[in-house]
Design a protein around this ligand. Structure first.
Ligand code: PBG
Length: 327
């Protein structure tokens, strides 16, 4: 049947009808808010390349956590930025490390909030790489031990989920075993399972002070053109025991989100990364785009591609916009 019998516009004729027929919806329950925590006191400094995002010292967390709760946000992702760096990233697994202390503080402020910690070494190594260097290479197997120690210390601090973002082979299995052996069987693993070597991480690396001091991350993060390998990366992390999978970045990789969605039964996240955020903010500051409309359309597109959950710096704004729009 085709025109004039078939008229698709009939189904678009009113707001109520469009809502009834919405195939994809975006709600506050789909959003995770990342937070950058720094050492020191009384710090709430805006991150220059990420307008609207801040560096918080631990004593300044209460207000933002309260705002997130009031907006209905259910989960945060914690990044500690440390000035204490060495070749092995040893402050990453200190029980008094910035991430560990932040987890304890947030747990006190908001007992029910889901706390996820980024589990990586790059903000704690003096060379800025996500693993250990041996013979001028990022050594895979030698990196597993410090990463496992970091995971364990974050679980001990009270993280609900650890989120390994290093892209070493075998790290999910290694972490799962270490957590279980230490009695942290309830701490879950959200694997950055398909993470690309992307230029969209630039503002984040400034914010987390985690830029590689030589070379790049292409020997461990994935090359952008490979979709079969992208699927394999996530399926391997599933087999190793990850509870949830992730595609990162999101916008330039919507096809990868769909492809992985079709092949796993696990929850799938995508990470709407710093560069994606900063581009929208920059255009909005110039009044070249309608920020609210563009953000909500972008996040909806990620859901339509197959993401169940979106990690996004827009989370707090989006949660408020969605609440206002629901009436
Ligand atoms: C740490 C890590 C990075 C991001 C999340 N965890 C940076 C990187 O891999 O270089 C990027 C997040 C963003 O850009 O918003 N390995």
């Amino acid at each position: 049947m085709s025109f004039p019998q078939r008229r698709l516009r009939r189904l678009r004729s009113s707001k109520h009808l469009r809502r009834l027929l919405a195939e994809t919806t975006l709600t506050v329950n789909d959003l995770i808010m990342p937070l950058f925590i720094v050492e020191g006191k009384n710090v709430r400094d805006e991150i220059p390349a990420m307008p609207g995002q801040y560096h918080y010292s631990i004593d300044m967390l209460e207000d933002i956590i309260t705002e997130l709760l009031q907006a209905g946000i259910k989960a945060v992702l914690i990044f500690g930025a440390s000035s204490h760096k060495d070749s092995h990233g040893s402050t990453a697994w200190s029980s008094e490390g910035i991430t560990q202390l932040a987890v304890k503080k947030i747990r006190k402020i908001a007992p029910e909030l889901i706390i996820i910690t980024d589990t990586c070494l790059c903000a704690y190594t003096d060379h800025g790489h996500c693993g250990i260097i041996k013979d001028n290479r990022i050594h895979n197997d030698d990196s597993l031990e410090p990463l496992c120690k970091t995971a364990l210390s974050q679980a001990a601090a009270g993280a609900d989920f650890i989120a390994p973002s290093d892209m070493m082979d075998g790290r999910v299995a290694a972490m799962r075993q270490r957590l279980d052996n230490a009695g942290f069987d309830e701490c879950g693993i959200i694997a950055y399972s398909t993470k690309f070597a992307s230029s969209f991480y630039g503002p984040f690396r400034e914010a987390a002070d985690s830029s590689p001091q030589f070379g790049d991350r292409r020997s461990y993060q994935m090359q952008p053109g490979n979709s079969r390998e992208a699927i394999l990366e996530s399926l391997l992390d599933e087999a190793e025991g990850a509870d949830m999978l992730m595609v990162k970045p999101a916008l330039a990789y919507l096809d990868i989100i769909s492809a992985i969605r079709a092949r796993t039964l696990l929850p799938l996240l995508c990470y709407n990364v710093s560069g994606e955020y900063s581009m929208v903010k920059a255009a909005a500051q110039q009044d070249w785009i309608d920020e609210k409309a563009v953000v909500l359309e972008t996040l909806l597109g990620m859901k339509r591609a197959g993401a169940d959950i979106i990690i996004t710096y827009h989370a707090l704004d989006a949660a408020r916009w969605l609440r206002d729009a629901s009436h």
